[in-house]
Design a protein around this ligand. Structure first.
Ligand code: GLU
Length: 549
């Protein structure tokens, strides 16, 4: 077979030589040990939490080593593409602090190794496809869908493996004359890799997360270029990662089965192989067993979920670092005040089987993160969330910044800050009752003695003075307690509740419920001071009236 002639027939257009591309994309000048890595998502419109996990690992590896992280858009599968998906990808990744040094951006490409959108790289792929044909490592295949289906059916009948290989590879060894005849007829063709692998042989491979592995060689003549000349992921990533000078490929472990093919491709193309890190999928507990976090079944698999719920970016970031490296939590305890990106991330500490995602833990992390914020930060971020999700609430916050800030400041700072808020969507429930428009009895009225409660509320309304400090405030609560015939001796009450009509805790609860509409709240005396005398008295009396006092 005259490979040169075949290559010229398949690729008649003028193309640059591999050497020319090499010169356009020279090796990067970086310090030794610098990691060059990338995120290479397909713009399907859905950003999975796993994308961020992968992005975060890549970002840490690159930036901790003085290297480069770039974004490449793998848009070769037009069928899966959703309009606007690239913008969504870029904005959601940057929202979660995945900082790219180069690549596709909302304003076009940045960097010397582009284009960074695969659909714009056709001439580059064609150079290398042609080279493979010239060297006898690739050939055109004219099988129609029907013929491929026929092969599949026969393989099924013969209980052979499925795929295009060995005796099934119809076009692998056809004479040039037959190929020319098909080309003349205009029969569509795909370009296939001529595999020299055998499924009888194993290859050894070291993955930086999974360690040493043994994989079966690839014997399939996989497709490199589809009939429209667009490359498959396999071929495109090899060409791109070589010319973009990627040193480490960080990707999901669903690519492991095709890794032997990828390694063959790098060899056939004469490229040095990058190092690989195959990340296991994010999993969750489902009953007693673990399963993959599923785009279909689990709303929390979608990145949009976290933004909508109002998880602070810092919480998601911090939590995911813990998901990636289990020693992060110890580090955080030892270094409570350092920024999260001071943590020395290590690929070696990643769980080869994939990590467990646990939203309850994310909430705990988030409560800690929020408790370390200033009231101003909490206010600004709550407002930003409300603007995106609850316009009425945003307006209330903007009209009453003083009240909101004062409420958010309660229990903040100091050694043991309050940890009530995990997500910004909870803030309305937490402080919303301070604003008349949002006030309501959110908790159900407990089974109190209504007349007692009404008496206590009226009595306290008459005594209440915002100028009282916490001690004076509580003395007044105690005074009301005694007048009601309830006890202020909590020890005695707890030892024998039946001996008393009620306790000082009940009286506090009446007041709390009247003022906040709930049974739990931050420091009540401080809350009442923020509300002011008029509002407090009105609310105390309103509940007293409701209870029939
Ligand atoms: N486009 C591939 C994907 O979305 C990229 C895999 C890779 O990072 O190489 O899964």
């Amino acid at each position: 077979m005259d490979n040169m002639k075949l290559a010229a027939l398949l690729f008649p257009q003028p193309l640059k030589t591999p050497e020319e591309w090499e010169a356009i994309y020279p090796p990067r000048q970086l310090p030794p040990g610098a990691v060059v890595t990338r995120m290479a998502p397909s713009p399907t419109g859905f950003v999975h939490l796993g994308n961020v996990v992968q992005g975060l690992a890549s970002e840490r590896l690159a930036h901790q080593s003085g290297g480069v992280l770039f974004l490449r858009i793998e848009d070769t599968d037009a069928k899966r593409e959703v309009p606007g998906a690239v913008e969504v990808l870029i904005s959601s990744l940057s929202h979660y602090r995945i900082r790219f040094d180069e690549g596709a951006t909302a304003k076009g490409d940045v960097g010397a190794y582009g284009p960074y959108r695969q659909r714009e790289r056709a001439p580059i792929y064609h150079t290398y496809a042609k080279k493979l044909v010239e060297e006898g490592r690739a050939y055109p295949c004219f099988c129609s869908e029907e013929e491929l289906a026929e092969i599949h059916a026969k393989q099924e009948a013969e209980k052979d493996n499925f795929g295009y290989f060995g005796k099934w590879a119809k076009w692998r060894d056809r004479p040039l004359s037959e190929i020319e005849a098909e080309l003349e007829k205009g029969t569509p063709w795909v370009l296939r890799f001529r595999s020299e692998g055998s499924e009888e042989r194993k290859i050894r491979f070291v993955d930086l997360i999974k360690g040493e592995m043994e994989l079966t060689e690839n014997c399939m003549d996989h497709v490199l270029l589809k009939s429209d000349g667009i490359p498959t992921y396999h071929f495109a990533h090899a060409v791109d990662d070589h010319l973009m000078r990627t040193t480490h490929v960080v990707r999901g472990d669903e690519w492991l089965p095709t890794l032997p093919f990828h390694l063959q491709l790098f060899d056939a193309l004469g490229f040095a192989k990058p190092k690989y890190l195959h990340i296991g999928p994010l999993q969750k507990m489902d009953g007693d067993s673990k399963r993959k976090l599923s785009k279909r079944k689990d709303p929390e698999a979608a990145l949009t979920y976290y933004r909508r719920e109002g998880y602070p970016v810092a919480s998601v970031y911090e939590y995911l670092l813990g998901v990636l490296n289990s020693n992060f939590e110890d580090w955080r305890r030892a270094n409570p005040d350092l920024p999260a990106d001071a943590f020395p991330f290590s690929a070696k500490k990643m769980n080869p089987a994939g990590s467990l995602f646990d939203e309850a833990k994310l909430r705990d992390t988030s409560k800690n993160v929020v408790s370390r914020m200033t009231a101003d930060e909490a206010y600004e971020l709550t407002l930003a969330w409300a603007k995106e999700n609850d316009a009425d609430w945003a307006a209330v916050l903007e009209e009453n910044p003083g009240t909101a800030l004062a409420a958010l400041a309660i229990g903040r700072g100091g050694k043991k800050p309050r940890k009530d808020i995990a997500v910004w969507s909870e803030v309305k429930g937490y402080i919303g009752y301070l604003f008349d428009g949002c006030f309501g009895y959110a908790d159900e009225l407990p089974d109190w003695d209504r007349a007692d409660a009404a008496r206590a509320l009226n009595a306290f309304a008459a005594l209440y003075d915002p100028a009282d400090d916490n001690t004076a405030w509580f003395e007044k609560i105690k005074g009301v307690t005694e007048r009601l015939g309830y006890t202020t001796d909590m020890k005695a009450y707890k030892a024998d509740p039946a001996a008393f009509r009620g306790s000082v805790a009940d009286v506090s609860a009446f007041v709390r419920y009247a003022v906040t509409g709930r049974l739990n709240s931050p420091d009540l005396c401080e809350l009442m001071r923020i509300l002011g005398r008029e509002r407090c008295v009105a609310r105390l009396k309103a509940l007293a009236d409701k209870l029939g006092g």
